[in-house]
Design a protein around this ligand. Structure first.
Ligand SMILES: [Mn+2]
Length: 360
């Protein structure tokens, strides 16, 4: 039994439930399914009792599930509906109280399913997310590889960058490089925004051509064995102007301050304030509109959060991004983002690309 499964069982069965049910319909809960069973398919149900670990899936995944998971297997075969098969299993095992992640199932599906079983439900959405937030060294190793792949691809992309090239061409080339390496996929749609488009914090690559001297904000990542990297760097083809350099320095310092101060026991709010207060002192507080960072792992955005809303202490082994930014509408944007592991007295930085502005 994997350590993840063991930890989740320990926490969930404290709540006096008889089983954990993970419904994964058209990929609706791939994340928890993979975390607990290693199965990566898009259609399954896990039924976990203190003694049994069952996975129900259909013929499309029969070979794959046997390769990936050591769970006991039940094959779903029509004409019964999938929910009926899962419900029969629950009713036959006389399970009375079931833990489920309600925020990973649609309200309609939940209501339909609940009408077929004779049991109560306990929502454990936040509990599983909490367990996932703390990474094992094995997970951190995967995240390091995810970061290395992403960084390698970025360097290759810089080799083809020249004035007049389209943002989409650079993004596609970088994503292609990621896929040529041993990544499963890109982590999310690449943000590659030059000049005035850099002021859109989520400006995905467009048909715009990159001009000489413009800062280009690139926010990208790779997924390796399920785990994501999420990095932002800025490069210029030719020297940027003084205003760009000035703003860059502010973001660079704010990011460095947060990176050098973060440690276990601080709250997300406190870490966010370090970068935010500095940017505000410099007069650009209103141009830093998003939170400082977020948890990273099997999902690109997960717990914990480095924001004014997150008042719980950070824990050793949590992985977060640190990504302050300043966005000047109509002009340009600057953001620098690293991925770090929270440690007792500081952090380990997973990302290794230089943080200075890259001028090519
Ligand atoms: Mn991010």
């Amino acid at each position: 039994m994997s350590r993840h499964l063991e930890e989740v069982k320990e926490r969930v069965f404290e709540k006096n439930v008889d089983a954990i049910l993970v419904l994964n319909l058209e990929g609706s809960n791939r994340i928890t399914t993979r975390y607990l069973s290693n199965f990566t398919g898009s259609f399954s149900a896990l039924l976990i009792t203190p003694k049994r670990h069952i996975i129900i899936t259909d013929s499309r995944y029969w070979v794959q599930v046997k390769e990936e998971s050591d769970f006991e297997l039940v094959k779903y075969v029509p004409p019964k509906t999938f929910f009926e098969v899962v419900a029969d299993l629950i009713n036959n095992l006389e399970l009375r109280k079931i833990a489920i992640e309600k925020d990973r199932i649609s309200a309609a599906n939940f209501d339909w399913f609940a009408s077929k079983v004779n049991c109560e439900f306990e929502d454990v959405s936040s509990l599983i997310v909490e367990v996932r937030a703390t990474k094992s060294e094995d997970e951190i190793e995967k995240m390091k590889v995810a970061a290395q792949i992403a960084e390698e691809a970025f360097k290759k992309m810089l080799e083809i960058a020249r004035p007049g090239i389209k943002e989409t061409e650079l993004a596609a080339y970088m994503e292609y490089q990621i896929k040529l390496m041993e990544a499963e996929d890109i982590a999310f749609e690449t943000i590659l925004a030059s000049g005035y488009r850099g002021a859109l914090p989520h400006g995905k690559a467009s048909e715009k051509a990159v001009q000489l001297g413009e800062p280009v904000v690139v926010d990208w990542g790779a997924r390796y064995k399920g785990y994501n990297s999420d990095i932002t760097r800025v490069f210029c083809i030719g020297e940027p102007n003084d205003e760009v350099k000035e703003i860059y320095d502010i973001v660079y310092t704010a990011q460095k301050m947060a990176r050098e101060t973060i440690k276990a026991g601080m709250t997300g709010k406190e870490v966010d304030a370090i970068a935010r207060d500095y940017i505000s002192q410099c007069g650009y507080g209103e141009y830093f509109g998003h939170s400082l960072g977020h948890g990273l792992g099997l999902e690109v955005h997960e717990n914990p959060s480095l924001s004014y809303r997150y008042e719980s202490p950070l824990e050793i082994g949590q992985v977060v991004t640190i990504e302050p930014g300043i966005y000047l509408e109509g002009k340009f944007g600057i953001r620098i983002e690293d991925d770090v592991v929270v440690r007792e007295n500081g952090c380990d930085v997973i990302t290794s690309l230089p943080r200075e502005i890259t001028v090519i």
